[in-house]
Ligand binder design. Structure first.
Ligand SMILES: [Zn+2]
Length: 119
């Protein structure tokens, strides 16, 4: 390469110019491409459990969980990590709500069929 001040040729690994002692500024300093090569964020979408509770427990709330779970990957792809985390959190919350309500309705069903049973 060449000195930016006097134009003398300098060895590539030199720290300063042998002619004028100007410190060598490398034209392309190696920059850590942190943002470009950022590790893709893995966010658990909760989609699988959302589908399971929809099938086995409570359909309306399970669908809400699926809707939020399905948004997660799209938000990650769009770079909206906080949005994706929020959607995953909501999906998980609705899954559990659906699961709890499904469990309660089964319990209620068993309870009332026991009451209704002939003695
Ligand atoms: Zn120089």
């Amino acid at each position: 390469m060449f000195c930016s001040k006097c134009g003398a040729q300098i060895p590539d690994d030199a720290q300063s110019c042998p002619q004028c002692q100007e410190s060598v500024q490398k034209a392309n300093p190696p920059q850590p491409a942190a943002s470009a090569q950022a590790k893709p964020v893995e966010i658990k979408s909760g989609l699988v459990q959302a589908i399971l509770v929809t099938v086995f427990c409570c359909l309306p709330f399970g669908i809400v969980a699926i809707v939020y779970g399905a948004r997660v990957s799209g938000l990650v792809a769009a770079g909206d990590i906080s949005g994706a985390q929020e959607a995953a959190r909501k999906s998980n919350m609705w899954s559990w709500l659906s699961f709890a309500i499904g469990l309660l309705s089964y319990a209620a069903y068993i309870f009332f069929s026991f009451l209704a049973a002939p003695r």
